[in-house]
Design a protein around this ligand. Structure first.
Ligand code: ADP
Length: 574
């Protein structure tokens, strides 16, 4: 990643995080509001359900009260009872109850006489059941509607069963309408066979009812309504729309369960919330427990927070991407402008180096040459030696300037080879002649070995000369005084220019970095001779541009051999 891309990443990240924070806060707020909506709907449903159950039971409470009013007017016949129920049509208008019935209290001594009378007045088959001796009895004598299953109840002693007895005694003793606990139908042992009964005590006319004893004394019968719990709930409770909610109905005193809606266990098995409601009917207290979760909510409500999170994240990413692209575009523009500026400065520097440094240095070379050759009069040996040193220094200076210029032109892609056919051999001889003074100063012996036949090469003579010159001056520089330098030209498959010295050599571990730009290798001579670390880089480059390469073999302390390998080249190949 480029450096500026790292820099613009910070503002992009800041914007992204800021947008994401807003998104996350919105997500939390929506989630809370969805939960609030859910709680509200659950409470509304719980209220509606509780009051529906309460209203329906109140209606039957009223019906039983009205029945008591009927009995208060004097003895009630089977037909009158039937008429009373059918006129009000309570069972049709308010479904939920299985039956409304009347059971008459009979004391033990009177029971046989009662059964006989009942056979005459009620039904010739009238029989009391279950059998057994009890202190008092309350056989059912009237029941509505007169369905086949209800008719079977005629003669059933409601005091014979424990849960019924308990509620009946409470009704009798308190004078209040009383509900039984959940009782199980003997014919249907399943949940749908669970039932409860609402009893209203009916006392003999004109008897005092202030104390429990008086009420026990005065009890004459019970009017009751019987309910199958499941069908009652089916008729009374509406289904919850759009939400998963279900409930249980418990009797508060002993916490026995009267009803549990079918989905209750499934809902409470998962994450859910609860709301409780109480209900009092006569002297019975009930508790509803509603359990609910959001699974059944309308999917668009339920997925609102998630949609906000998703949509928000995508928006944040898009904003971040847009900012990134804009900033990158701007940064690129700036960078290009900067590069353009740098290139301009480099060009200026190049022309400065070329004109202001190279031109005068070349002039100096010419003047020194003229002085050395005696154009300005005869020189003393000391003068001549000083001038020759100045000449060599000037040579090195020019070479470095040329290297730097080459490098600069290479960097700006402005090197164009100007190729021609020429003899390398002549070129090498020229270079050796030119460096002769330098070599003599170090008492080196330079020899040149070349094949007898002459062979031309197709390339840029100026560039190849620069490469050869670099290798030979390196050999001179990195060989201690009095060394032997052999330059060989070989015509093989390719042309090979070898420059061998018996100088200080290069350690093998250092050899691979020789050709790097500005890379110099520390050795005994590198400080003394000076250099820029450009030369070998330039040599390899020039060889490469001619589709050739450079080889090196060297041993520390023994000497080195650098070889330029060049194909002969053809005009059409260039
Ligand atoms: P410079 O000579 O300007 O330092 P070069 O790129 O020409 O840069 O050479 C890189 C390094 O390679 C030199 O610093 C020197 O240590 C080593 N070197 C080059 N030629 C020779 C040689 N003939 N013998 C020993 N060392 C050499």
């Amino acid at each position: 990643m480029r450096k500026f891309e790292k820099t613009i990443l910070i503002p992009v990240l800041v914007v992204f995080l800021a947008v994401m924070t807003v998104v996350f806060i919105s997500f939390l707020m929506t989630r809370n509001s969805v939960q609030r909506e859910l709680d509200q709907s659950a409470t509304e449903y719980a209220d509606a359900t509780t009051s529906a159950v309460s209203d329906r039971l109140n209606i039957f409470e009223e019906t039983l009260h009205a029945g008591l009013g009927l009995f208060a007017g004097g003895p009630v016949s089977k037909e009158q009872f039937s008429q009373f129920i059918n006129t009000s049509a309570v069972l049709e208008r308010y479904p939920g109850a299985q039956s409304v019935a009347y059971a008459k209290v009979v004391s033990s001594p009177d029971i046989d006489g009662f059964v006989n009378t009942a056979r005459g007045s009620i039904n010739p088959d009238f029989a009391l059941y279950p059998a057994g001796n009890r202190g008092w009895y309350a056989p059912v004598i009237y029941i509505e509607p007169q369905s086949d299953s209800n008719k079977q109840v005629i003669g059933f002693d409601i005091l014979s069963e424990k849960k019924r007895l308990e509620a009946l005694e409470r009704a009798r003793d308190t004078g209040q309408i009383t509900l039984t606990e959940a009782i199980q139908s003997s014919v249907d042992p399943s949940d749908s066979g669970r039932a409860f009964v609402m009893y209203a005590p009916q006392y003999k006319r004109g008897m005092p009812l202030q104390t429990v004893e008086q009420r026990r004394e005065a009890i004459e019968g019970f009017i009751y309504a019987g309910f199958r719990v499941s069908s009652f709930m089916e008729n009374v409770v509406r289904d919850a729309e759009d939400m998963n909610i279900s409930f249980t109905l418990n009797i508060k005193n002993d916490n026995t369960q009267l009803y549990k809606s079918p989905e209750y266990d499934a809902i409470t098995a998962t994450a859910h919330d609860e709301v409780k409601q109480s209900l009092t009917i006569g002297n019975n207290a009930f508790e509803f427990t509603f359990a609910y979760n959001g699974a059944g909510l309308l999917s668009n409500t339920n997925s609102r927070p998630l949609a906000i999170l998703l949509f928000g994240t995508v928006t944040a990413l898009l904003i971040a991407l847009a900012i990134w692209l804009i900033l990158r575009g701007k940064a690129n523009e700036l960078l290009l402008e900067q590069e353009r500026g740098i290139n301009e400065a480099k060009d200026n520097l190049l022309s400065l180096a070329s004109h202001q440094l190279r031109t005068p240095a070349t002039g100096v070379k010419q003047y020194l040459g003229m002085l050395i050759q005696g154009f300005a009069g005869k020189l003393t040996p000391q003068q001549k030696q000083l001038l020759e040193q100045a000449y060599a220094g000037n040579e090195r200076q020019l070479k470095t300037i040329n290297d730097v210029l080459y490098l600069a032109r290479l960097g700006s892609g402005r090197i164009m080879l100007s190729k021609t056919h020429f003899l390398i051999r002549t070129l090498i001889e020229d270079v050796i002649r030119e460096v002769n003074n330098e070599a003599k100063a170090k008492k080196h012996k330079i020899t040149f070995e070349a094949p007898k036949t002459k062979r031309e090469i197709y390339g840029d003579p100026h560039m190849i000369r620069m490469a050869v010159e670099n290798l030979i001056t390196n050999a001179i520089k990195y060989t201690t005084d009095g060394g032997k330098i052999v330059v060989r030209l070989k015509h093989g498959k390719n042309m090979r220019i070898e420059v061998e010295d018996n100088g200080i050599g290069i350690d093998e571990s250092q050899q691979d970095k020789l050709f790097e730009q500005f890379e110099r290798i520390d050795n005994d001579l590198s400080i003394a001779v000076g250099g820029s670390g450009i030369g070998l880089y330039v040599v390899r480059n020039i060889a490469g541009m001619h589709d050739g390469h450079v080889e090196v073999s060297s041993e520390l302390g023994k000497g080195s051999q650098f070889t330029i390998v060049l194909p002969y080249g053809k005009p059409d190949e260039s």
